[in-house]
Design a protein. Structure first.
Length: 319
């Protein structure tokens, strides 16, 4: 299990760039070691946009756990180990708690996402909403929904085991939509879920450090018209499901949004509504992929370690 966690850290760590250093001139700052940039494109030609972690991991052998890369007008510091990430982001969170500005965030309508906010009052409001919905005492109320969705998934796994990844994705999506919005989905063809997935997949493609550097270096790209594919999808994940929940006229069961509205003393305030919408949509976007990924990794671990699977099955049978 330790090796698996280390492997996950080596994949995720490089994808999380620590800071975009813009506030000091190059002659004053002390930067970590890294590859020598070219005059025009800097290091952009060295990085594969579809799998940047491969190069980042390889750079660790030459430059160490902290690597500096220059991409067009953007300076990127890559944390290349779990130990360093924990030391800086956890141990020194007072210094590194803020987030870098991602130019494609606003263009593709993700300026509301909790994970994109700078450290400030709005971020603290989102954090309070998350704590209210997912504190240990609150999550107990979601167990019946999780159990129901599990019972719905098991027959699918039994009758079509080769499509396990799709079953996991549907399971994670249905649980999250139920917990966040009290919204029940039965298939991948759900219109709201499909639109939200398109918006999320598109943003994942355009929010990489390399593409962000391109937009930052050529600001005219930020003036793309609204008819460009993907620019009209933001409402799918932010507002549509919230609007449907509002139409339920207060009959919605316990969920993140309804509980937030019930506890809020200023639910008619537009800023409050935006914060509730945004924190709920962030919870959805953050939970779906991670939940299904964990289930996929668990399946791989069980297939590669049949003796562990047998012990687990024996425990279940005994109970």
């Amino acid at each position: 299990m330790g090796l698996s966690l280390q492997g996950v850290a080596l994949v995720i760590g490089p994808l999380t760039f620590l800071a975009i250093v813009r506030w000091m001139s190059p002659d004053k700052r002390r930067l970590p070691p890294g590859p020598t940039p070219t005059r025009s494109l800097r290091n952009v030609s060295d990085i594969k946009a579809d799998a940047p972690w491969i190069l980042y991991t390889k750079m660790r052998e030459t430059y160490g756990d902290i690597v500096y890369i220059s991409v067009l007008s953007m300076d990127i510091i890559v944390l290349n180990s779990e130990e360093v990430a924990n030391e800086l982001l956890e141990g020194r969170s007072r210094i590194y708690s803020d987030r870098p500005y991602i130019s494609t965030r606003d263009l593709f309508g993700w300026e509301w996402a909790t994970t994109m906010l700078s450290y400030g009052e709005r971020f603290k409001t989102h954090r309070r909403l998350f704590h209210q919905a997912f504190r240990p005492e609150a999550v107990l109320s979601y167990r019946p929904k999780q159990l129901q969705k599990t019972f719905e998934m098991l027959p699918r796994l039994l009758h079509d085991p080769t499509s396990y990844a799709g079953h996991f994705k549907l399971f994670s999506t249905s649980v999250v939509m139920s917990v966040v919005y009290d919204y029940d989905i039965a298939s991948h063809d759900d219109v709201i879920v499909s639109a939200a997935k398109r918006a999320w997949d598109l943003f994942l493609r355009v929010s990489t450090p390399q593409r962000n550097a391109l937009f930052a270096a050529y600001p005219f790209l930020m003036k793309l018209p609204s008819w460009v594919p993907g620019l009209g999808l933001k409402d799918a994940i932010l507002s549509k499901r919230y609007a449907n929940l509002q139409q339920a006229n207060g009959v919605a069961h316990a969920c993140m949004v309804s509980d937030a509205l019930e506890c809020c003393q200023d639910a008619d305030n537009p800023d409050v509504v935006i914060d509730i919408k945004a924190s709920a949509a962030t919870a959805y976007a953050a939970a779906v992929e991670t939940t299904s990924s964990v289930l996929n990794v668990f399946t791989l671990a069980m297939m590669n370690n049949p003796e562990v699977q047998e012990r687990a099955q024996l425990e279940i049978d005994n109970i």
